[in-house]
Design a protein around this ligand. Structure first.
Ligand code: ADP
Ligand code: MG
Length: 289
């Protein structure tokens, strides 16, 4: 049976939205030496906003309309931001068909018999529609911590847009508190290395970027060779990485989906609750030793 101290620790945590699935999880949490954070929706708000619209041919409205047509139906946060902005501006969005996701890269759909792509500039680079000047523009925006999205057919680039997903207000504080406890932090993201670096530098954290979901699993496995790894993510597309870490914690509103694959959850959408959870686990385990 679970010792009384552990039971008390688990229920103290639960009262504050710090859930752990039992005493074994608490014991593991207490040993955490490295926290791997997913970026989008965990260290950041997960609600990117369009900051720049750069049409190269045509108007801002045409750029938004085409991008929104491709992204309609996608649940990706970037897609939702683009569709929401088109709606807010009352732009008529053309019909699209055969919309598909390009995992870790973007989305694609057919509009009026033409194939349109909305995604990372590197995708546009592959088809050669991005000029050196366009690449330089993209790089400048990425250095400001923005994610750049290109809107293009295999023949031409319609324009670029940039979106910024703000770090959560307490993310830097959480990273620094963990450091004081002797715990290092790493940010894992599918975003490009330049954007990732800009965000990570602001938080004082190391970053591993350009990761597909399966790469996040490999990254966690790699980190777990030398450390006791707690992985914190939204739990929706991070479930395999959460399962790979010594302990997987789901954070935020999507948590009811995630709790099945996670060892615990943080219900209050605060990054500093990662610190609170490890403190609670350490204090509890110290009590029974
Ligand atoms: P993460 O969840 O870590 O941010 P994703 O794998 O969801 O990473 O996306 C990685 C990158 O692929 C994004 O930063 C973006 O550049 C691009 N991308 C993915 N999906 C879309 C989409 N629907 N629209 C535009 N860009 C996308
Ligand atoms: Mg994601």
């Amino acid at each position: 049976s679970v010792p009384a101290a552990v039971a008390a620790g688990l229920s103290t945590g639960a009262r504050h939205g710090l859930l752990m699935k039992g005493g074994a999880v608490m014991e593991t949490a207490a040993k955490t030496s490295l926290v791997a954070f997913d970026k989008t929706g965990t260290l950041t708000e997960g609600r990117p906003q369009i900051t720049d619209l750069l049409p190269l041919n045509g108007t801002e409205a045409e750029l938004l309309a085409t991008a929104a047509a491709v992204e309609t139906g996608s649940s990706h946060p970037l897609a939702q931001a683009i569709v929401a902005r088109a709606e807010a501006r009352g732009i008529a969005v053309p019909q699209s068909t055969s919309a598909t996701a390009i995992p870790g890269c973007g989305a694609r759909a057919e509009i009026d018999g033409e194939i349109w792509n909305v995604g990372a500039p590197r995708l546009a680079n592959e088809t050669g529609v991005l000029s050196a000047a366009d690449s330089a523009t993209a790089h400048r925006l990425e250095s400001a911590g923005k994610t750049v999205v290109a809107v293009f057919t295999p023949e031409r680039l319609l324009g670029l847009m940039a979106l910024r997903d703000e770090p959560r207000a307490d993310a830097a504080e959480a990273v620094s508190a963990l450091k004081q406890m002797g715990i290092s932090s790493v940010m894992l993201t599918g975003d490009n290395p330049v954007t990732a670096r800009a965000i990570a530098d602001g938080l004082g954290i190391e970053a591993r970027a350009g990761l597909l979901p399966e790469d996040k699993v490999t990254a966690v496995r790699d980190l777990a060779r030398d450390a006791h790894v707690m992985m914190v993510g939204d739990g929706i597309n991070d479930a395999p990485a959460l399962a790979t870490a010594h302990i997987g914690i789901a954070m935020g509103s999507g948590t009811h989906v995630a709790l099945e694959t996670a060892d615990g959850a943080l219900l209050r959408d605060r990054v500093t609750d990662v610190v609170e959870q490890i403190r609670l686990a350490r204090a509890t385990m110290a009590n029974i030793r």
